[in-house]
Design a binder for this molecule. Sequence first.
Ligand SMILES: Cc1cc2nc3c(=O)[nH]c(=O)nc-3n(C[C@H](O)[C@H](O)[C@H](O)COP(=O)(O)O)c2cc1C
Length: 153
Amino acid sequence: MACLLLIAHSPSENLRAMEASVGDGARLLESEGVRLRQLSPLVATAADVLAADAVILGTPENLGYMSGALKDFFDRSYYGLLNQTDALPFAYYVRAGLDGAGTSRAIESICGGMKWKLVQPALICRGDWRPAFLDDCQELGQAMASGLDLGIF
Ligand SMILES: Cc1cc2nc3c(=O)[nH]c(=O)nc-3n(C[C@H](O)[C@H](O)[C@H](O)COP(=O)(O)O)c2cc1C
């Protein structure tokens, strides 16, 4: 069974709802051969990523950057993943009150350094909260799970 790993930092109610929606979307295909694993970046390790077939990252933008928790995950795992996860399919979402560009740039730079392959457009949920963000998150989870299931990544 393919493993889809969701590493999401969700310190607010809206972010928790976003993480849940990504999970709901991914689980629509769970019976079809894709297993979802959900971890906080504070506990996720390089070994967790090495055991996964695709990854979704989730974070708020704080002070123009990804959350410290997600950065901590990269700090702890980068060298354990470098040269071992080339072309790993990944996607990410950002909850940004105003912008999101700094976080997007940083995630793509770090994951690009590890040669991961971005397989979905960046999902930046920007501005005042809108319930439609949850639909976008669900679609992201579903797209990742179905891509894995169909072997198109
Ligand atoms: C200390 C702090 C710094 C923030 N910095 C940014 C920022 O640089 N860019 C941005 O778009 N939003 C920023 N925000 C807004 C957060 O991204 C937003 O509040 C967070 O994603 C949670 O979303 P929610 O309020 O809908 O739960 C900041 C929020 C806090 C508390």
